[in-house]
Every structure is written in C-alpha cells, then in structure tokens.
Design a protein around this ligand. Sequence first.
Ligand code: SAM
Length: 417
Amino acid sequence: MPSSQDYINQSLKEVRERFASSSLVDLDVIQRCGENLAAIVVGEQEPLEIFNELVYQKENNDSNSETQNNHSDPVSSLATYYNSILRSSLEQVIKSLSSSVHLRVLEIGAGTGVTTQALLPVLPLKQTSYTFTDIGSSFLTQAQQKFHEYPFVEYRLLDIDKSPTQQGFQNNSFDVIIAANVLHATRNIDLTLNHVRSLLAPGGFLLMWEITQPKIDFDISWGLLLKPLDDKRRSPGQPFIVKDQWFEALRAQDFEQVAAFPETEALEHQIIMAVASASTAFSKKFGQQETDFKSEISFQTKPDILQPEKLSALHSRPDLPNSYVAPHDDIEQKIADIWQKLLGIKQVGIHDNFFRLGGDSLIAVQVLSRMRKIFSIKLTVANFFEMPTIAELASNISNKLESESYLDVNDREEITI
Ligand SMILES: C[S@@+](CC[C@H](N)C(=O)[O-])C[C@H]1O[C@@H](n2cnc3c(N)ncnc32)[C@H](O)[C@@H]1O
C-alpha cells in the first residue's frame, strides 16, 4: 500500500495542479481539514478554528484591502460571479419601485458580509433599510465596523432554524430576503423555508444562492460544521438538494414564480429566486390580521432603525446578573484585554459569563488562539463552556503554569487543560 509521505506529497501536488484553476473547491481548506480529521472526530481539534483562520479571517482581510476583487483567486471569482447575479436581481427589484416606497431587505446568515458588500452599493440610501443577520454574534460585530458607512444597515441575531417571531422579528416585515450559502446549513429545509416565508411580505422576493449538487469535498470541510440534519427531503448526511427539490419545497411554502440562474446545475451553484404569494391566505397561518397586508409588497415608511450606539466599535458591558469585578492580576488582565477586544466591549469583569457577554463559538476560537500564544496553554471550545469566566480560566491557567514551572522552559510542551 503506497502510503509514504512522499506518495502523499506527490498526490497532493497532482491534485493541486489539476484543480489549480477551479473555482469550485478550496484545496487549502480541504487539505487542512483532512490532515486534522482524526483530531476533529475525537474532539481534540475544533473545526471552526480552521475555518476561522483559512476562510473568515481571509475574507475579512480581503474585503478590507484592495484585493477584494482579486480575480486571480478562483474562489473569489466564484463569489464575484454569483454575487453579481444577486446584485442584478436586486437592481431589477429596485428599478420597479416608485420613489416614495421604502424597501426592507433582510439578509440571513450574512457571515463575513461578502454578499452584503456586493449588494449595499446598489441600494438607494434614503429608500432602504437593510437588516444584516447571522446566528453568530461575532459576524455582527465585524460587520458593524465593515459597513459603518451605510447608515441604513442594522445588525441582529437570527437563527433561521428557529421561529423568527420568538427572536423578536415581525411576520411579513421584509420585502426582499437574501440568503447566500446558508439555507442548506439548517436542520430542516421545510421548517426553514416556512420561517423565511413568514418574514416576507406578500409579493416579496427571496433570492438564494445554493449549491444544488452533492459535493463530496463539502463532507470533509464545511460539512464538519453542520448540525445533524432532521429532514425527510434530504438523504442522511447530504445537506444539498437539487434545483427541482428546492422548487418543490418553495412551492409547498406558498412561494410562486420560482426560477434558477444559471438554469443548468452543471456549475454546482445556482441562484434561486422565488416570489411570496400575494394572497393573504398563507399569511393568516402566522396569526396576522388580514388588514395587516396589502396585495403586493407592503412598502412602508422608514422604521427608526438608526441606533448610533450600535455602530460604535466598542460598546458598554451589557446588563448582567453579577456586578463588575476588575481583574486582580496579570493573567486575568491579559484575558480581559483579549475578551474586550474581540467582544467589542469596553470593560469586562472577571465573573462575567463569556456567552452572556455575547460570545459565540467563533469568537471563542479567536480568543483561544490568542490565549495560546500568550500562555502556551491548549484550550478547547468545550473548556469555554466548562469555565466561561475570566476568573475560572485564569485560576486554571495559573495552576497549570505553576505545576509546569519546574520544567526547563525549552522543554515545555503545550499544556492541555
Ligand atoms: C457558508 S457561510 C455564508 C456566509 C455568507 N452568506 C456568504 O455567502 O459569504 C454560512 C453562514 O450561515 C450562518 N448560519 C449557519 N446556520 C445558521 C442558521 N441556522 N441561521 C442563520 N444563520 C446561520 C453561519 O454563521 C455562516 O455565517
């Protein structure tokens, strides 16, 4: 069995040459996930760390620099192509508006804002409100900084697996919903589309970017981040459905005029567009009064969404059940500095719970990576759930450092806690 390192390196070289110009696979991500697969499966490695380093940070850096439209990067040219289709579709919607209407756009799973960045420039400043949402709060903090020059954007948490009304969203309150590479990541497609439909005004538009073919490379990469599927529409372990299955699922939720671009599934990715039925029958299922609806997109006057304090880079410590206690020593102070920076909070107390401060698993992996560099300590996201305060983490770290202090510093390996 030829499994020497040389054989592996040669095979990698061949694969890289073969896919060098392909925009459909990210070989760096696949290679790193493959190399770490055993550690991920036994829970020693957090897959999110790999995506944070190779995807999220890269996308943030690209979009903050001149290289954002780097067409030599195949993955970014794929994004440029599909985002341009989304943008043109949105422009068509805008063209059909009269100057007196107000357009309410919702983006679901907006992540690092790659699609948002392509769409915001075409939206009319005075006629739009844009709600940027994601399940992860870290994306919202980064997006607030990235899109600070667009005053009509607000930032909110939304888990589309769950009922939007229970998360503070109103039924039928958006005219356009954008969902780029996100809806397949939910547990149940029908429930997800039901939630999406409940948010759309009658006659409103859904613009989705989806992979519409099984993708074997996904299983070893992005698939590692998925929650278990709970779905009759999909085969076990297969998050993607084909275009006709999307059409069927959309029609079952009272969407009409469904279409896909490009029509062929050969490129694996497609933009799917659908219009919410303008009849009120479906909307009534969500407990609304008939009088709440108009027979077409219900453009409204501009809601009061501009909250300047939300847009500042650092915000105040939220209301917590415990009172603020300042760091006592160097270790606590160093951890507090990292949390403050990454959570965007001016002052973090040592008994404050990381998750109550708005932390999520993506921020946790960024915190972990910085703490490892400073203390040479290995931590996992699971440790954060066990020790979610600075005081607990600092006490654990100082115990470990003390017990290791007899070792020659050059011999010291990473300490696992
Ligand atoms: C592959 S990324 C796509 C990000 C962005 N739309 C883009 O195209 O660059 C998927 C995004 O969906 C978000 N997400 C995953 N599950 C979600 C859910 N149940 N509800 C809302 N967003 C979710 C993730 O946090 C992530 O930002």
